[in-house]
Design a binder for this molecule. Structure first.
Ligand code: MEV
Length: 471
């Protein structure tokens, strides 16, 4: 079974204009939707999604995924659990689309980057909803705060910390589809006026992007105010939203606006830390509900048993130690070359032992790796780390011989990998947290299973097997 979670989102600036080719800025929020996916043998597709108001997205994801990658299966079970309420407009449909898609790619070992994930998720959005810019699925995939252009023409993660955001729900649920249609009708009726509004919004979004990167929150607040004026002109604000926006500003916010399609849902304000409490109080007193979520949250990911704070050793291209960074950082920044170690174990007949990585690994879940591999932790040498890994993953320690050391990069990370080899017929006691299955392959069996894609290797395993003379 694969478990994946995806965040909700909040539009910061640029709503509506983004549907017509202009940019917007959106942040992911740390209320997450979880999807569990598993293969069954009953020939049915079972979807249990009690918190998702429209399961058409999940159904369409399965349809598109199976079609695009020509997937054969004997049944599927999809189960969703949402930590956030559908009423705030955080985007439960987008999160369920993204989380289901990511879970299916992990379940069937389909390797796609974020952009390919976005393209398919956006196709699903358009099929089910008929319109939309795709900013919500992009936010759910990439996480953090992104600058986004309609249809994903540009998706640029912004390196922002400490977004001083305050969120208020106005108590009225709104329909994005209805609001987008309403703006569309207005655009048909008054094309010049609406185009002028969209151009104005685009300009302020560009300015806000640089100001956010500088941390100039006072100016960002002002730009939010300008954006709100445009939204008011478009006719998508409401009395309730206006009341909360004006209360937040009176209490000292740098700026405030509605967030999303308008007509209801949430407003957002930017404020200095020492004004935060006063702004929240003012929003409550004006009849709003303050929503306590963290912005800039992590994008979609397989729920993992790996400790994301574990410290790895970061090196330069010549393996000189530069410092120490967390597992999470090393797996999300290709410039952080970090030390790993692995062993290729043969039995006495020359068959090679491979491991199918457990579905809860943060990287390469469900793919095949060499016999044993892991990271070199702070304070350890390569060979010392390998003996620890052999015991942890295979339940045995064996003598090993050094083969070589090399740099290997895939689309997420770059490793400095030291390779060893050893001989053992087992028996092994694989650790289920790390290893789903261990299997010896003769060279012929391996060649066949690679050709039929019954065995799909991680990039590091592929290079390691070449270096060890197996491939
Ligand atoms: C809705 O949250 C934001 C809109 O811009 C629609 C969209 O971008 O798909 C109104």
């Amino acid at each position: 079974m694969i478990k994946v979670s995806a965040p909700g989102k909040l539009m910061l600036l640029g709503e509506h204009a983004v549907v017509y080719g202009q940019p917007c800025i959106v942040t992911a929020v740390d209320q997450r939707l979880v999807v569990e996916a598993e293969k069954t043998e009953d020939g049915k597709i079972t979807i249990d999604a009690p918190d998702v108001k429209n399961t058409s997205f999940v159904k369409e994801v399965i349809h598109q995924f199976v079609e695009k990658w020509n997937i054969k299966h004997n049944g599927l079970k999809i189960n969703t659990k949402s930590a956030f309420s559908g009423v705030y407009g955080f985007g439960s449909s987008a999160a369920s689309t993204v989380a289901t898609l990511k879970a299916l790619t992990a379940l069937f070992n389909v390797h796609v980057d974020n952009k390919a994930l976005f393209d398919l998720a956006y196709t699903v959005t358009l099929k089910v909803q008929g319109l939309g810019s795709g900013f919500d699925v992009a936010s759910s995939i990439y996480g953090g705060t992104i600058y986004f252009l309609t249809g994903g023409k540009t998706i640029e993660p912004l390196n922002i910390h400490n977004l001083p955001l305050i969120i208020g729900y106005c108590g009225v649920k709104s329909s994005t589809v209805e609001m987008v249609k309403m703006v569309g009708e207005k655009r048909n009726k008054f094309p010049e006026k609406v185009e002028r509004i969209f151009q104005g919004v685009a300009k302020l979004v560009e300015d806000a992007k640089s100001r956010m990167l500088e941390g100039d929150w006072e100016r960002v607040g002002k730009l939010m105010d300008f954006n709100q004026e445009y939204l008011r002109d478009l006719g998508v604000s409401s009395e309730k939203l206006e009341a909360l926006i004006s209360a937040a500003k009176k209490a000292g916010a740098f700026g405030a606006k509605l967030s999303g399609a308008g007509g209801g849902d949430c407003m957002i304000a930017i404020g200095a830390n020492d004004k935060r409490e006063a702004i929240q109080k003012a929003i409550t007193e004006a009849g709003g509900q303050v929503i306590d979520v963290r912005a800039n949250a992590q994008g979609v990911g397989v729920e993992t048993t790996d400790d994301q704070q574990e410290l790895f050793i970061v090196v330069d291209k010549n393996d000189n130690v530069l410092g120490y960074r967390s597992r999470y950082d090393c797996h999300h920044d290709k410039t952080l070359i970090h030390r790993t170690v692995g062993a290729v174990v043969f039995d006495e007949k020359g068959s090679v032992l491979l491991q199918k990585r457990s579905s809860t690994k943060d990287m390469g879940a469900g793919l095949w790796g060499i016999s044993c591999a892991g990271h070199v932790r702070k304070g350890q040498e390569y060979e010392e780390a390998l003996h620890r890994e052999l015991t942890e993953e295979l339940g045995v320690d064996i003598p090993v011989e050094y083969v070589t050391k090399f740099i290997v990069a895939d689309e997420d990370e770059t490793e400095m990998s030291a390779l060893y080899k050893g001989i053992s017929n087992g028996p092994f006691k694989p650790n289920p947290k790390e290893v789903e299955r261990l299997e010896f392959f003769s060279p012929r069996e391996l060649a066949f299973k690679l050709a039929t894609r019954e065995v799909v290797l991680t990039k590091c395993a592929e290079v390691s097997l070449q270096k060890a003379g197996v491939l």
